[in-house]
Design a binder for this molecule. Structure first.
Ligand code: CP
Length: 336
């Protein structure tokens, strides 16, 4: 494996092998597997889980890591091309990315969506430009419309609790939030669940339809796995027989890049907060998932996060375990 930037670049067999390796490393730690290896991490956006879980994963495998947050103790980085750099940024990504890669055996980059130009975000222009400057193996730590490490952790979380693949009902639900958030997690989650062979429903209010490029990718994954994909704004219909309710807020695709219009639209959507009433038509043992961070009593009620349905802590823990497998495969070699 040369890079881990998109689950769609990997066959179902490769994903199964990564999940098996993650489970094996959980049972049988390999504290020297990556001795002498270094992971560099470049964060253009904040993080709690990603930064901590990658550092922990490298340490548990015997390697080391460094973290660069541009502008916070390090130079501000310019990402635009052809620019006269007479502003605050002292260094360009054209130099910074290969320099950091030269110190590391693997580089991770987090660069959220610009949130202005939907097509540019869907094409992952910023992330893929940086990927082009990186000669080392690369990990996507969340880009404009993808979060493959989160997706793999979510897949493992469902495996761990026996959520069925074929016939498993996965509902990705839009949820209330004060801010217009990126499409990365919803996009990665629907693709992952479709690739896992599940029957996937995207539940969202009008104006929050997922773009066709994202739905089309998930539809293709569902066609290959025997799963299915549909989209609705009817909560009762979506929740019927659900095994998993995965909540996430994302910005309006009708008003993409127009946050004031998006906020005006979502002012009437405060009732899109997941509470126990949402599970009336779901399976009795249906679980709640969210990638975190989550705003309590805005996105989801305390009763869900503090109750038996919540799987948010195992999801977060699994970030570390699947990333150990990804790093092991990238740096220690082994069969696909
Ligand atoms: N889920 C996730 O990526 O968390 P952080 O933003 O805290 O890294």
């Amino acid at each position: 494996m040369k890079r881990f930037i998109d689950l769609a670049e990997h066959s179902p067999e490769e994903v199964a092998a990564l999940l098996e390796l993650a489970a094996r490393l959980e049972r049988h730690p390999e504290p020297t597997a990556l001795r002498g290896k270094v992971m560099g991490m470049l964060f253009f956006n904040p993080s709690l889980r990603t930064v901590a879980s990658f550092q922990a994963a490298m340490t548990r495998l015997g390697g080391g890591s460094f973290v660069i947050t541009p502008g916070q103790g390090t130079w501000k980085l310019e990402t635009r091309d052809g620019i006269v750099m007479d502003g605050e940024a002292a260094e360009h990504i054209r130099e910074a990315v290969p320099v950091l890669a030269s110190y590391a055996d693997v580089l991770g980059i987090r660069a959220f969506a610009g949130g202005i130009d939907l097509q540019a975000d869907i094409e992952e222009r910023k992330f893929m430009e940086m990927a082009g400057y990186c000669p080392a193996p690369l990990v996507n730590m969340e880009s404009a419309v993808n979060h493959p490490c989160q997706a793999l952790a979510d897949w493992k979380t469902m495996d761990d609790i026996g959520v069925p693949k074929a016939g498993g009902r996965f509902v990705l639900s839009w949820a209330n939030h004060p801010n217009p958030l990126p499409l990365a997690v919803p996009s990665a989650a629907v693709h992952m669940a479709a690739m896992r062979g599940m029957d996937v429903t995207v539940l969202r209010p009008e104006g929050y339809e997922l773009p066709e490029a994202i739905m089309g990718r998930a539809r293709a994954a569902a066609a290959a796995s025997g799963g299915s994909l549909r989209e609705t704004d009817d909560r009762a219909e979506a929740m019927e027989g659900a095994h998993v309710v995965y909540a996430k807020s994302w910005q309006s695709t009708r008003y993409y890049g127009r946050p004031a219009d998006d906020r005006a639209q979502r002012a009437a959507l405060e009732h899109w907060m997941v509470d126990e009433s949402w599970f009336a038509k779901a399976r009795q043992d249906a679980v709640f998932m969210h990638c975190l961070p989550v705003r309590r009593n805005v996105v989801v009620a305390d009763e869900i996060l503090d109750g038996p349905r919540s799987r948010v802590l195992p999801q977060a823990r699994n970030r570390m375990t699947v990333q150990m497998a990804i790093l092991h495969r990238l740096l220690a070699g082994g069969t696909e």
